[in-house]
Design a protein around this ligand. Structure first.
Ligand code: MTE
Ligand code: MO
Length: 524
């Protein structure tokens, strides 16, 4: 009976030996684990970008059509990366099972499939930006480990089938089980060591960066700058609550000690800055609101922090920008790029900066440690490059930033918007006077007024919170009268340029959503 499971129920005595589906599947799966772990271990030496599994995931992100990325962001939020990695794991496991089952007699088919997967991984690794030539060693190790383990386990398993005597069969089966478990344990150790090696110790580098002095502090936040007691966010967003958007699957882990920035292109004095040289320049602190172009009407991909850093316009003046320059093309360590209108970055009163601190501490790793760009008034995708390593002054024709061929705009000032924070959509409220509170923003232009209306009624002016600056969001609140029934409450903002938000809804692509945020509540 035991032998049937091992050997396959339909096996005839004189037929060539053949593995049961179950054993063949185990061979495939264990070989896959060995392959992934070997690649990850070697990537510990050659850099996280060279781990085939992560490289395939990163390439999947980069190759995804815009609608798919948008869908994933909406459906899974910040967990979308984990969903992708888990999905890949399932697909890989199914292919490994297939590799096993294809090879019940001879290992060739399964080995070919495993090698094929490795080749896909190698293609992904080699097309990642910022990989060293040595990176190819990681997928090569994957392929070698996968093929060797597959061939070897297959042989061990077949010996079990060939051993017909009951006692010998037991020994062979034990050998197969022990071999498989051994490989799995080895893979676990290899993957863990690889994981440990890939990451330099960023936290110690953040601690070494420490505080920032001397520093021109941002003005203190005045009392009454938010209506948090009525349901709006606080004016400053705590670092752990600050929204996070990036294409990188694994957040780049750079140490300030090794970091360097190259500023080159259409400049008369190209320069390279170390972190210490950068922070030796005069440090300023600015309270700035950062917004994502993918923020839907009513969404929360917007936050505010005290950014600490150096003035970018001054740095560019030191480098001497040549006439004819059109964009500042910034590149992240992970290959992400953004192009910012050079005239905007160079405006003295704009306040564009290379930020090294956020709310009093060194930049958090997921917000770009050690250095990122921030430009007041522009959406993040055209201005806020994290893990910044390269700045090139160039033309639009010369360079195309990450999101441009994916259907997003080249110039993208943040659109004037407003949002109702309380009451929430679907809430039940007491009829009568209801306090509505929310947030409005027109970064670098400033909010002039906010209006609220119930159903199709007239617009009522809301009370505005104390202004911090035109570069930050502005909270508001208003009392409205609601008789018992279901009601739709809407808001709209007018900015200092005199522009009132349009009620005409537009999607987030290509340059930011428009429309009035409306919540439906029931008054009883
Ligand atoms: N390296 C890198 N920087 C990046 C991005 C990215 O994908 N990679 N995304 C940009 C976008 S679209 C936005 S909205 C902001 C978000 O910054 P945050 O995550 O600190 O909120 O970062 C910008 N900088
Ligand atoms: Mo964004």
């Amino acid at each position: 009976m035991v032998q049937r499971v091992w050997q396959g129920a339909d096996e005839r005595d004189d037929a060539p030996p053949r593995l049961s589906v179950r054993v063949a599947a185990v061979v495939g799966l264990v070989a896959l684990l060995a392959s992934l772990a070997a690649g990850h271990l070697v990537a510990g030496f050659t850099g996280p970008q060279s781990s085939p599994y992560l490289a395939v995931g990163n390439s999947a992100v980069d190759l995804s059509p815009a609608w798919l990325t948008d869908f994933a962001k909406n459906a899974f939020g910040t967990a979308n990366k984990l969903v992708l990695l888990a999905g890949m794991a399932i697909v890989l496991a199914l292919l490994a099972l297939l590799a096993g089952v294809l090879s019940r007699r001879r290992p060739a088919g399964g080995i070919a499939l495993i090698v094929g997967l490795g080749v896909v991984g190698m293609a992904a690794v080699l097309t990642r930006p910022e990989v060293s030539p040595l990176a190819v060693l990681a997928p090569l190790s994957s392929i070698a480990a996968g093929a060797l383990v597959f061939g070897w386990l297959h042989r061990v398993a077949l010996e079990g089938v060939a051993d017909s005597a009951e006692a010998a069969f037991d020994t062979s089966r034990r050998r197969f089980v022990v071999s498989s478990l051994g490989v799995v344990a080895g893979a676990g150790v290899a993957a863990t060591v690889g994981q440990w090696l890939t990451g330099p110790d960023v936290e110690s580098s953040r601690r070494a960066v420490g505080g920032f002095l001397p520093l021109r502090r941002a003005p203190a936040i005045p009392a009454g700058a938010d209506f948090a007691a009525n349901g709006t966010p606080t004016l400053i967003t705590a670092n752990r609550d600050f929204y996070t958007i990036h294409t990188a699957l694994v957040v780049p882990r750079l140490r300030a000690e090794e970091w360097e920035l190259r500023l080159h292109g259409m400049v008369s004095r190209p320069l390279t800055l170390t972190f210490d040289q950068l922070r030796a320049r005069p440090l300023v602190e600015r309270t700035l609101t950062l917004a994502c172009v993918s923020n839907p009407v009513g969404g929360d991909l917007i936050s505010t922090a005290n950014f600490i850093g150096v003035d970018l316009a001054e740095l560019l003046d030191d480098a001497g920008v040549a006439p004819g320059a059109e964009q500042l093309f910034s590149t992240s360590h992970d290959g992400f790029t953004a192009g910012t209108l050079i005239d905007v970055v160079r405006e003295r009163e704009r306040g564009a900066m290379l930020a090294i601190g956020m709310n009093g501490e060194p930049l958090p790793v997921e917000h770009g440690f050690p250095v990122r760009m921030v430009v007041p008034g522009l959406y993040g995708f055209v201005s806020a490059t994290k893990w910044l390593t390269d700045l090139e002054v160039t033309t639009w024709a010369e360079r195309e930033a990450y999101w441009i061929p994916r259907g997003w705009a080249r110039e993208a000032p943040v659109k004037t918007q407003s949002r109702i924070d309380a009451p929430g959509a679907g809430d039940t409220v007491e009829s009568g006077t209801v306090l509505v509170a929310g947030t409005a923003w027109a970064p670098h232009t400033g909010i002039d007024s906010v209006q609220v209306r119930v159903d199709g009624g007239g617009w009522h002016r809301a009370e505005l919170a104390t202004e911090v600056s035109v570069d930050t969001w502005r909270m508001w609140r208003a009392e409205v009268e609601v008789p018992p029934d279901e009601h739709r409450i809407s808001c709209r903002a007018t900015d200092r340029a005199g522009v009132t938000q349009t009620g005409n809804p537009q999607p987030v692509t290509p340059d930011g959503a428009t429309g009035w945020h409306t919540v439906t509540v029931t008054a009883r």
